[in-house]
Design a protein around this ligand. Structure first.
Ligand SMILES: [Zn+2]
Ligand SMILES: [Zn+2]
Length: 196
């Protein structure tokens, strides 16, 4: 697989996962871990999905809690695929987390967070057309939620399309998530110029 192109598999938190993306028990199906040089990542492939030639036979494990601050250089070498946090200019302002591939941002999520009120508002998720259907939005939401454990989460207005509703319906926030009704704290309101 040394020079194989990016196979387009979804990204998924490292798990441990007991099932593949098509619902097979990995214990029974068996798995293979081919290395893809192009992304410098090992994929996890379900052997049964491969044998049946199913769509999305595998995924790339990517730790959604491993997010590098943009102003902190990588510890060792720079990974080809990495999550990079761009903190807001001021507390409770809008920051974002981007998924970078070969130093190019292919997706990002805007978020306002307040550690005093323990509140977070997810503002917008953007994924490049060529990287759609790879669960990157889900990974970005998980990355954001992991940064505010126990926070009360909400989102700005959610697109009413079936695909947008399906996206949000498949997220699994640990606590509550209020969809489409942003619950700004006083600090966010000041930053947003809304006063009190
Ligand atoms: Zn499978
Ligand atoms: Zn606040």
């Amino acid at each position: 697989m040394g020079t194989a192109p990016d196979p387009g598999y979804p990204f998924r938190s490292p798990g441990p996962h007991t099932r593949c993306l098509n619902g097979h028990s990995l214990d029974l199906a068996g798995q293979t871990l081919p290395y893809y040089h192009v992304l410098d990542l090992d994929a996890t492939l379900c052997n049964l999905c491969t044998e049946l030639r199913l769509d999305r036979p595998g995924w790339f494990p990517l730790d959604h809690t491993a997010v590098r601050r943009v102003d902190v250089p990588p510890k060792y070498h720079r990974p080809i695929v990495e999550l990079v946090a761009h903190p807001p200019d001021q507390p409770a302002g809008v920051g974002y987390i981007a998924l970078q591939i070969s130093e190019r941002s292919v997706a990002d999520i805007d978020v306002q967070m307040c550690g005093i009120d323990r509140r977070g508002v997810i503002e917008q998720i953007r994924v490049d057309d060529t990287y759609r259907r790879r669960r990157i939005g889900t990974l970005l939401v998980a990355a954001v939620l992991a940064r505010g454990p126990g926070f009360q989460w909400s989102t700005t207005k959610v697109d009413n399309s079936a695909s947008a509703r399906a996206f949000w319906a498949s997220q699994h926030p640990a606590g509550s998530l209020s969809l489409g009704r942003p619950d700004y704290c006083p600090h966010m309101k000041i930053v947003n110029g809304e006063g009190l």
